[in-house]
Write a protein that binds this ligand. Structure first.
Ligand code: SAH
Length: 218
């Protein structure tokens, strides 16, 4: 069962989490303010209620996990969001990262390939007051009908940057994507310089669930 009540206890724990993220190096006050607003406990099963504001990843069903808050903060900070940005998120999962992006005031398009998670999160996000453009599909394909995007955030481990996503970046767009085939991936920042030129930098090791090809209910 999911507990959506946001109590003083939750708010207090969230404040402590924000202070922890600050200590861990997050300096973007807008990102910290967004994290301070999103009730992470409401995205998790009540079994994890007491730990929802720890800097930990937890199972969200169907073999998937919610990202560590520090990873959410880091990826969101790297996006260098502006209020006018149109953002594509690959791997909605439980919708926590989506909610953080929405609290940043940007327009979010998000794709999930796992049908059960898609159905669950499609109901949960509006209940928590978050409206997004939500698609059941394959992140490797992106959303050609809604491109170009100013920012792309991938929250599953990709073996390489998908061609369709590179194509769907606007000129000057930023994509944050963990790349690697093994148990660890390297966070990549890709900036589109022209239709054929991309600048890429690597920023530390992370552990994500794999980005799987094509849609599937399993
Ligand atoms: N941002 C999410 C993280 C979820 S884990 C959260 O905070 O909860 C990564 C998610 O990516 C999983 O839900 C998984 O089902 C999804 N995923 C994996 N491959 C995908 C693909 N090809 N297209 C879209 N989503 C994908």
């Amino acid at each position: 069962m999911i507990d959506r009540l946001d109590t003083f206890l939750h708010k207090g724990k969230r404040k402590n989490l924000v202070e922890l993220l600050r200590k861990k190096g997050c300096t973007d006050e807008n990102v910290l303010a967004a994290i301070n607003k999103v009730p992470r406990h409401a995205f998790l099963d009540s079994a994890f209620l007491n730990f929802a504001y720890d800097d930990e990843a937890f199972p969200i069903g169907e073999g998937q996990t919610i990202s560590h808050p520090s990873t959410v903060a880091f990826q969101t900070e790297l996006l260098k969001l502006k209020k006018t940005d149109k953002v594509l998120e690959i791997g909605t999962g439980c919708g926590y990262q989506t909610a953080v992006l929405l609290e940043m005031g940007v327009k979010v398009y998000t794709i999930e390939r796992q049908q059960k998670l898609y159905e669950k999160t499609r109901v949960l996000l509006p209940k928590l007051g978050y409206t997004t453009r939500f698609f059941y599909g394959d992140g490797y394909e992106g959303l050609p009908n809604h491109a170009p995007f100013d920012k792309i955030i991938v929250t599953a481990a990709a073996p390489y940057p998908p061609d369709a996503l590179l194509k769907q970046m606007a000129l000057g767009a930023i994509m944050i994507i963990p790349i690697g085939k093994g148990s660890e991936q390297i966070m990549n920042v890709i900036i589109k310089k022209s239709d054929t030129q991309f600048e890429r930098s690597e920023l530390g090791k992370y552990k994500f669930v794999p980005m799987v090809k094509s849609k599937s209910g399993y």
